[in-house]
Write a protein that binds this ligand. Sequence first.
Ligand SMILES: *Cc1c(COP(=O)(O)O)cnc(C)c1O
Length: 216
Amino acid sequence: MSVAENLAKVRDRVRAACQASGRNADEVTLIAVSKTRSIEEIRKAYDLGQRHFGESRLQDALPKIESLPNDIVWHFIGPLQSNKAKKIAGVFDVVHAFCNEGQLKEANKSARPITGFIEVNIANEPQKSGLAINQLDEFYSEAIQYEYVRFRGLMTIGPVVSNAEEMRPYFRELGSQAKRLGLEWLSMGMSEDFEVAVQEGASHIRVGTAIFGSRQ
Ligand SMILES: *Cc1c(COP(=O)(O)O)cnc(C)c1O
């Protein structure tokens, strides 16, 4: 299947999930996760109208950001190392995985306004990054003091499950936490479960494999 066919299919599925849950399709931003993909592959998706792309490593992303059109919105979705956060905030528009103050301090130093998500470890998995729910309030009240990072939502990766339906309670919980904090956006849902995420209120879905095929 070509990127064109895959992208059309993903867009149709997003529309259907929106329709099934009484949402407008324009409430959902599809981020094409382009980590490991070449500039040519990204260009193909761009030519099909795709404008939001997600990368998880600064070094891999830099040549792509430099050589592709500048109306692309670049999302940093990967684990955020503090020592790279300043550079990342200097080139990405949206950073999805803030979960400690060191990252914030560094990102703020780039003095370039970006949008931030707070990463939540929604299933309390010991090996995963992200904040526990009971750490959210304290972090958020610190986070809003940094002038160059504007926090608009919560993000989660979530556990590996065998059936997308199993993600529903986690997505729902992320939504109610965002609501409680007064945050409007939710970055959740990947190739295997984005429809459930859309039904549960995702504003941003991060889809790689279903668009570009499986990664090596
Ligand atoms: C790789 C990645 C994705 C995309 O995963 P797919 O299963 O290929 O859709 C989404 N979110 C994050 C944080 C990722 O690292």
